[in-house]
Design a protein. Structure first.
Length: 61
């Protein structure tokens, strides 16, 4: 992907996580970035989201 310092990057992703604290109602926003070698024609946004969720789920166990 031109402009990224990762030679085999196919896509760069921005993931936005929003979380609301029930007690205060305050919303916090976290932005996370990822790079994958998969090209846009090789995967879908849904598949990438599942892969990210699976990656973090496996790390927490």
């Amino acid at each position: 992907m031109p402009g990224l310092p990762f030679p085999h990057a196919g896509q760069a992703l921005q993931i936005v996580r929003r979380q609301r604290t029930v007690r205060t109602g305050k919303v916090s926003i976290e932005r996370v970035y990822a790079v994958t070698s998969l090209m846009a024609h090789q995967t879908t946004a849904t598949d990438l989201a599942e892969r990210v969720r699976g990656h973090w789920a496996n790390r927490e166990s």
